[in-house]
Ligand binder design. Sequence first.
Ligand SMILES: Nc1ncnc2c1ncn2[C@@H]1O[C@H](COP(=O)(O)OP(=O)(O)OP(=O)(O)O)[C@@H](O)[C@H]1O
Length: 293
Amino acid sequence: MNPLIEARDLVRLYPGVRAVDGIGLRVEPGQCYGLLGPNGAGKTTTLELLEGIQKPTSGQVLYKGRPLDRDYHERIGIQFQATALQDFQTVGESLKMFASLYRRTADRDALIHICNLAEILDRDTRKLSGGQRQRLLLAIALVNDPELVFLDEPTTGLDPQARRNFWGLIERVKRRGTTVLLTTHYMEEAERLCDRVAIVDRGRVIAEGEPSQLIGEHFPARVVRLPDSAWPEDTPLPPGAVARDGEIELFAEEVTATIADLERLGADLSALRVDIPNLEDLFLKLTGHALRA
Ligand SMILES: Nc1ncnc2c1ncn2[C@@H]1O[C@H](COP(=O)(O)OP(=O)(O)OP(=O)(O)O)[C@@H](O)[C@H]1O
């Protein structure tokens, strides 16, 4: 079966920058697929190539096995990182205006329900909170009842509560069978929402698969963490240990043996934690640098 959308060896060059450097990916119908990577990794550029907004320097994008055609924009929805909303319009008027741009439109009441807009329909779009604005932008992306919706960093800038609420909306969209392709630099977001992820760094996919499978493949180990202050002064860190964000981290295949080693080296174990690695740990392992700059 053809994937819904496929990228083949995409390259996009800007003067002096290989923003996208040979990206290939396949997204099956109904999947939520995430491009995960730090700022500047090439996620937005990749998304714009898949959206047909930009042309690749080389490589190809196929939708249902065929090159993008003039009807493509009717079948997809896009939530940009920043969308200008018309001044002096309410949420309801804004939805109506965007709906008028398409031949096919989603059921308005269903859209209002999915995106939790009922209570803010009459509100001026300039008066919206960050979370309300993102909900409206999601509704605008869904206004033509697309088969595939692109969400570019949909929760960046939202507070943790608004971010979690927004995840709930994306899950509703998934349950309706809409295919979702999103970019994020929040590994927690990717782990919660995405059936598959491509981890992108410097314009390339450095790992791809189901989040839990990727973590299992790369980490037969657990992560042991200690606060910096628990480490004895003047004692070098053991091989493989890294200091970051005020903590010392070690990957341990044999947790008990590692803890015994740490005790022997004089570490204070009272605040020791043993964590299951996540996508952020995977990114650090694969690239040597942290996901969040
Ligand atoms: N129009 C442009 N002209 C020149 N360079 C660009 C242009 N757009 C992006 N770049 C560069 O291409 C690289 C990839 O940028 P891109 O925006 O795709 O990354 P990103 O992973 O989406 O990051 P962010 O989360 O910050 O948007 C960066 O080095 C960026 O500076």
